[in-house]
Design a binder for this molecule. Structure first.
Ligand code: NAP
Ligand code: F7E
Length: 333
């Protein structure tokens, strides 16, 4: 039986990847962080699975990583764990560097020292392109515009370096934004879909957002984890961009999401400077041709379809909360 180790298993992508790998017959091991409350809502539905094993650890704690790689002896390691919020990285730059940059080094060192020859996937990001104009591909210049982007760029290059220096099967998936009903509530797409649902159910009548002009390439997370797995099944390690190839502004995303619930976004969205960043990434639109040609991977869900499926999921979830509790839920808007 193939064994996979996933850091970030409690996150959006980790939960979809765990489902995918369990479905393929893998034994799945996940790294979880100790917290005063359990934070496993995205993988609760997998609990009965006897091939799923969770282990305490942290990307900032090298010893835990060394011990886990040794005891699990995985065939594949997916490094999805990270402080993944760009705005938060300006507020916690040092922690972001420790988890998102040095954390990758710690994990690669644990793999190298184990001599097990595990295959390694690094969750790299379009944020590494920063101010490089679109379309961005595997050969575009990296010009990150945040502590998050800079930390992820370190991880990208150290992954490439460990591949070249130690002949590890280590790949970097450069993924453009991907979302889902499991997206964290403070990322803009989920904030909008939750906001639409809260407004439609009468919980509030407005939503505060920052810069509406930025362009992002938004795809459906469930499809992107398939690409991660495909990257580790090839004969030779290679880095790939995963994206839809289409750019959409935050304003357009709002328009589609509000219209799907029969609302006019301009009646409800208010500007709030606190959600702007010290430096913004203006436009990210990926060129996924290499993934299409060499992996046979293509994003199937368009950004408009994604906006509608997220709104539908939140209309249902917020409706349930309002019905069951009989009071306004405390939504993080
Ligand atoms: P997410 O929902 O924010 O999940 C992040 C995961 O990392 C969570 O499981 C979190 O654990 C864990 N984590 C955070 N700090 C950690 C630490 N110090 N040690 C161990 N685990 C830690 O992120 P996502 O959207 O699934 O993204 C997955 C990965 O892809 C991330 O590395 C992200 O930076 C990268 N990425 C995401 C996108 C995107 O659009 N979603 C695009 C490109 C790259 P807790 O649950 O305990 O907080
Ligand atoms: O912002 C603007 C904001 O936080 C998108 C992470 O998964 O994707 C994600 O990073 C855009 C930015 O995602 C609000 O200024 C406006 O231009 O949803 P976001 P992100 O920064 O693109 C990349 C690929 C990753 O790798 C990251 O891990 O939306 N925006 N108003 C806002 N953003 C937020 N969060 N909140 C607002 O109110």
């Amino acid at each position: 039986m193939r064994r996979a180790f996933i850091t970030g298993i409690t996150g959006q992508d980790g939960s979809y990847l765990a489902e995918l790998l369990l479905g393929k017959g893998y034994e799945v091991h996940g790294l979880v962080r100790r917290a005063s409350t359990l934070n496993r809502s995205r993988i609760d539905h997998l609990h009965a699975e006897d091939r799923l094993h969770l282990h305490y650890g942290d990307l900032t704690d090298g010893v835990s990583l060394v011990n886990l790689i040794h005891s699990i002896a995985p065939h594949e390691v997916y490094n999805l764990g990270a402080q993944s919020h760009v705005k938060v990285s300006f507020e916690m730059p040092e922690y972001t560097a420790s988890a998102d940059a040095v954390g990758t080094l710690r994990l690669l060192e644990a793999i190298r020292a184990s001599g097990l020859g595990c295959r390694f996937y690094q969750a790299s990001t379009s944020e590494m392109f920063g101010s490089t104009p679109p379309p961005q591909s595997e050969i575009s210049a990296f010009r990150p515009r945040s502590p998050y982007g800079a930390a992820k760029l370190y991880s990208h290059w150290v992954t490439v370096n460990y591949r070249e220096a130690y002949d590890l099967f280590a790949v970097s998936g450069i993924l453009f934004n991907h979302e889902s009903p499991r997206r964290g509530e403070s990322f803009v797409t989920r904030k909008i879909s939750l906001g639409v649902a809260a407004i439609k159910h009468g919980v509030t009548d407005h939503l505060h957002l920052g810069n509406l002009a930025a362009v992002r390439d938004w795809g459906y997370a469930k499809e992107y984890v398939e690409g991660m797995w495909q990257m580790l099944q090839r004969d030779e390690p290679e880095d790939f961009v995963l994206a839809t190839g289409t750019g959409t502004t935050i304003r357009q995303f709002c328009e589609t999401a509000f219209a799907h619930a029969g609302l006019n976004w301009e009646d409800h969205v208010r500007h709030d400077k606190q959600y702007e960043r010290p430096t913004e990434v203006d436009a990210l639109i990926g060129d996924p041709s290499r993934a299409h040609e060499r992996l046979g991977w293509t994003a199937r869900t368009t950004t408009d379809e994604l906006a509608r499926l997220m709104v539908d999921a939140d209309l249902e979830a917020v409706g349930r909360l309002v019905r069951d509790r009989g009071v306004s839920p405390n939504l993080p808007l």
